[in-house]
Design a protein around this ligand. Structure first.
Ligand SMILES: Cc1cc2nc3c(=O)[nH]c(=O)nc-3n(C[C@H](O)[C@H](O)[C@H](O)COP(=O)(O)OP(=O)(O)OC[C@H]3O[C@@H](n4cnc5c(N)ncnc54)[C@H](O)[C@@H]3O)c2cc1C
Length: 405
């Protein structure tokens, strides 16, 4: 039985309370009991993904007119926290999908929305988000993959992408490539293409020929959900698949992707809160069960101090994350706040997991205990959607912009 400390905040709506309760139950009954198995096997949690489709979780932020739940970023954030509390990899299955949805809703043409959103809402088509390459991650403007217009009006894409979450199981890849090598500034010559592919297929043929997915990368954690390279070798993408259309979207990809990263960072922050929350729950339980020197370790002040620090970090991370999500929902610029939330919550995830691991003593090192999985999963959050160093750069730059003298 989990010792949940998740808050019953008074400033959440009845609808939010209901959906969060539903996802929490799903997490407790379906994710937590099965995560260990899929983590150890490093296998795709297909039955869990199927149930997520039935619950409508692939369409949380898609408007009802396209078959989604029509919920805002704040509610999405609460849901992601719950899923990550169960297993960070499960939140990974919907996170890049969510970024694709955001890009379509904000920048897509009506035709692109009509074509993709209904199938994305049901989870029939799932999305990946691809910027990183073997030689770059933080320095997005250094992208080398190219798109060149062909005589028949299509774009031919060539190059290699790296670390694509959902790279195999996705049917759509929102991929940032260099479309104008002569652009005056590096970021001005980039375009986001909506690259279609066959879900679950390594070597695409027919219309998707030239887009191949090598075997998944071997990782220390974040198992189950695949991270892959993508090899574009003469892949043809029709001009209508430029995000926002050729007229509206060509060479606009960099700013589109940076906009999406703002919500992506809130999304990773929510995962940090979820894993920190779970680490705290495990520590609260274990510290009351384990006895040393004649009493439960929870009665030693040193352990209580650890629990106090963890609970404080969890709450602070959650508050920062909710603030960034609410500002975005209200249409207020929140790049600074999203960066702060991502930085603090991912570091809180690492901190709480390590403290919980210490509280577990030797058993924390055993695969029999859940904290061992969390210990391998937490570091990813320090890296994805921009490292802690990059968040500090964003925060510092935005601070100076807002407070210029
Ligand atoms: C499991 C996993 C899943 C991922 N999923 C995706 C995905 O779906 N799509 C995608 O596009 N990418 C994905 N990524 C890639 C991720 O976004 C990058 O790894 C991340 O942005 C860091 O880039 P890098 O690994 O190239 O590190 P680098 O950019 O090479 O950085 C190396 C180190 O240098 C530091 N550094 C870099 N520049 C500076 C600077 N100017 N000042 C100070 N320090 C600096 C960094 O903080 C880091 O500590 C994923 C990565 C992982 C591990």
């Amino acid at each position: 039985m989990a010792v949940s400390t998740a808050p019953q905040s008074s400033d959440i709506t009845e609808d939010q309370r209901e959906i969060v309760a539903m996802v929490r139950q799903f997490t407790d009954e379906q994710i937590l009991p099965n995560a260990e198995h899929y983590d150890h096997e490093d296998s795709y949690p297909e039955p869990i993904v199927e149930q997520m489709k039935e619950l409508g979780l692939f369409g949380i932020t898609i408007p009802e007119e396209y078959g989604g739940l029509g919920l805002d970023l704040t509610t999405y954030t609460m849901i992601v926290e719950e899923l990550a509390r169960g297993w960070v990899s499960i939140s990974g299955v919907i996170n890049t999908h969510f970024i694709g949805i955001y890009l379509l809703l904000k920048f897509g043409t009506d035709e692109q929305k009509q074509k993709y959103l209904p199938k994305m809402a049901t989870g029939e088509m799932r999305a990946a988000f691809s910027m990183s390459e073997p030689e770059l991650g933080s320095d997005v403007q250094a992208i080398k993959t190219t798109a060149t217009k062909t005589a028949d009006g299509d774009y031919e894409i060539n190059g290699q992408k790296m670390w694509v979450t959902n790279g195999l199981m996705s049917a759509l890849v929102f991929v940032l490539v260099k479309s104008d090598p002569d652009a005056a500034k590096r970021h001005q010559g980039m375009t986001c293409f909506i690259a279609e592919k066959e879900s679950g297929v390594g070597e695409n043929t027919g219309a998707y020929k030239g887009l191949n997915v090598p075997p998944k990368l071997k990782k220390m954690g974040y198992k189950g959900v695949e991270s892959t390279e993508l090899v574009f070798d003469g892949y043809r993408c029709p001009a209508e698949n430029v995000l926002g259309g050729e007229e509206g979207g060509l060479h606009k990809g960099f700013s589109q992707m940076m906009d999406a990263l703002e919500v992506g960072r809130v999304n990773v922050a929510a995962r940090g809160v979820g894993i920190a929350q779970r680490a705290l729950e495990l520590a609260l339980r274990y510290s009351q069960e384990r006895k040393t020197f004649g009493k439960p370790i929870a009665e030693h002040q040193a352990i209580q101090f650890k629990l106090a620090d963890m609970a404080t970090q969890v709450d602070a991370a959650r508050l920062l994350t909710m603030r960034a999500a609410r500002m975005k929902d209200e249409g207020i610029r929140s790049d600074l706040e999203a960066g702060m939330a991502k930085l603090f919550a991912s570091e809180a995830g690492r901190f709480c997991v390590e403290e919980s691991f210490r509280i577990h003593g030797g058993y924390g090192y055993s695969k029999e205990y859940e904290i061992e999985r969390l210990y391998r999963d937490a570091p990813l959050l320090l890296i994805g959607e921009g490292t802690s160093e990059i968040q500090r750069m964003v925060i510092g730059k935005k601070l100076l912009q807002r407070h210029k003298i």
